[in-house]
Structure formats: C-alpha cells, structure tokens
Design a protein around this ligand. Structure first.
Ligand SMILES: [Zn+2]
Length: 297
C-alpha cells in the first residue's frame, strides 16, 4: 500500500513555474538542476516500486528528533517488520573519493554516507518503541554513474543490482498489518511544514505573465475559443487543462490567493468567461463579491 505517494516537491514546482518567466541566477540554476536531477531519480525508482503489493511505501518523509535534528527520507519501504530507508542519488559521471567528498572531473559532492547515517539514527530513534529492524541504503540510480574505489559497501546499491535487491520485497508478507501500523505511525510523525527547503525566490513584480506550455515550458500564443491545445513540442491537452496549469503557476509564484482580474491579466489571451469557469470548477473561493479571491482546493 502506498501511504504517501510520489509527488513533485513545492520547491521544484516553484522553479518550473518560474522557468522562462524570469532569468535564473547561477545559484538558482544550480539549485533547479539539483532538484530536477533528484526528482528524475526518485521518479525512476517509483516506476519500479509502485506496483509491489506486499510493501507499505512512503515517499518524501521528514522526521525530527529532539536531540539529533531533522532528516528527509526519499523512500521508506516497510516489509515483514523491516523498515528500509532508500536514499536515491542520481549522480552522473565517474567519481572517486577524496577526503570526505565524491569528486568527478567537474563536480564535488559531499560524501552522502554522513547524511545517511544521521537519517538512519533519527529513524531508529523515532521507531524506538516499536518492534522493528531499520536498514538504510544509498541507491545510485543513474546508469552513467561510476565509482572508482571500494564499492563493496553494504549500504550501497547500484542500478545494475537494483532488480535483484528488490526481489526480497515481492515475498509474501505475513506481517502486513504490523507494517501498516508502522507506516501510519511514521506518517503521523511527518513534519510537513512547507518551508523546510525553500527555493531561491524572485519578487512577483519581476515575474513575466503569459501562457506557457506545461511540457516544453515555452510561451505560447493561444487563440481564443479553442478546445484543444497542440504545442509545437508535440504536447497536447484540453485548453481548460492548459489554463488551469497556468493559473496554478500564478498562484505558486504569487504565493497566495488571486483575484479574477489578476488571472485575466496573467493569461492575456483567454476570455473572462472561460477564466471564471475554470476558477469556479477547480479552485476554492475565499471571500465574497468584489473582494473574492481564489486558491488551491
Ligand atoms: Zn510545448
């Protein structure tokens, strides 16, 4: 059972919405690509694990321990009383270890084992009153990741070993109810305060309005009254879905409820009646009459 499904982080949603609407600084660019790489790696893993029906699965959990601090968990798999934390790393290229860093010809990354160990301790600590075994694994999911050095480390799983590693979670699970209990307990301990890992933001006045394609993120010139949207990139959707996507981007970048007039100015080529229809259908209305605003349900 999937207790907490895979979804894009609020941070990456912000960067997608901002993409092409403002010029990214170097720092924003680095942060954006780090997030995007991480997201693609986690998505890749989700495609493989989501159909396993003998496990309890949670994605993107944050736990806090009074003495040990906070840790974020890409995936937690619970099977037969065993709690397994999978930290997905989408590193690409050939790395070797220098001091406490992974170094490639163009990148230096802090050895993730330190972070894994802290996360492991916090997870054990959180579950200290329940019957369990905790394991933590670093999964190097990129097919172009290569490590020159000792790779015989119990906590490491490479893409070439993944299918074999996952076999164990297909086995019949006699402790499923207990696993579900552990999963629900962990979910109750999840710290969902949204601002833990904020994006590097741009003031809203500096963000460019207009309609973007959800796939290629390029601006589009949409004629009024069309039913379907066909982008040059090949992406197709209903015009209503396109408008909703762009209203979502406005709300993400504005960081709060918006008025009908704001949406009308933002979407530029869409009629007021269409905007009202989409707002009424998909969003929550806050306030009355002229002062009313709309936000995510
Ligand atoms: Zn497109």
């Amino acid at each position: 059972m999937i207790l907490k499904p895979f979804q894009m982080s609020a941070k990456l949603k912000y960067y997608f919405a901002l993409n092409n609407r403002a010029t990214f600084t170097n720092k924003q660019n680095t942060d954006y690509y780090t997030q995007l790489y991480g997201y693609n790696g986690e998505k890749n893993f989700y495609q493989r694990i989501k159909k396993f029906d003998q496990i309890v699965l949670l994605h993107d959990l944050t736990l806090t321990s009074k003495y040990k601090g906070q840790a974020q968990y890409d995936y937690i798999i619970i099977h037969s009383g065993r709690v397994v934390h999978i930290d997905v790393k989408n590193f690409k290229g050939t790395y070797r270890q220098v001091d406490d860093n992974f170094v490639s010809s163009y990148k230096k990354i802090k050895n993730p084992m330190g972070q894994l160990s802290v996360a492991h301790d916090i997870l054990e600590n959180t579950l200290s009153e329940m019957a369990h075994t905790v394991q933590s694994k670093l999964l190097f999911i990129n097919e172009n990741f290569c490590f020159r050095g000792n790779t015989d480390i119990d906590q490491w799983v490479f893409l070439s070993e993944l299918d074999q590693y996952l076999e164990q979670f297909k086995a019949l699970n006699h402790l499923y109810d207990i696993d579900l209990e552990i999963g629900r307990y962990l979910l109750s301990k999840h710290d969902d305060s949204e601002n833990q890992y904020p994006p590097i933001k741009v003031p809203f006045e500096k963000v460019m309005a207009g309609m973007k394609c959800p796939k290629c993120l390029n601006y589009i010139s949409q004629e009024k009254q069309k039913i379907d949207f066909n982008c040059k990139c090949g992406y197709q959707c209903k015009n209503e879905a396109l408008i909703k996507h762009n209203i979502d981007e406005l709300m993400i970048l504005f960081e709060g409820p918006v008025t009908i007039q704001q949406v009308y100015t933002w979407c530029q080529t869409v009629s007021l009646s269409t905007i009202k229809r989409v707002l009424w259908k998909y969003y929550k209305k806050i306030g009355q009459n002229r002062g009313s605003k709309y936000y995510f349900k």
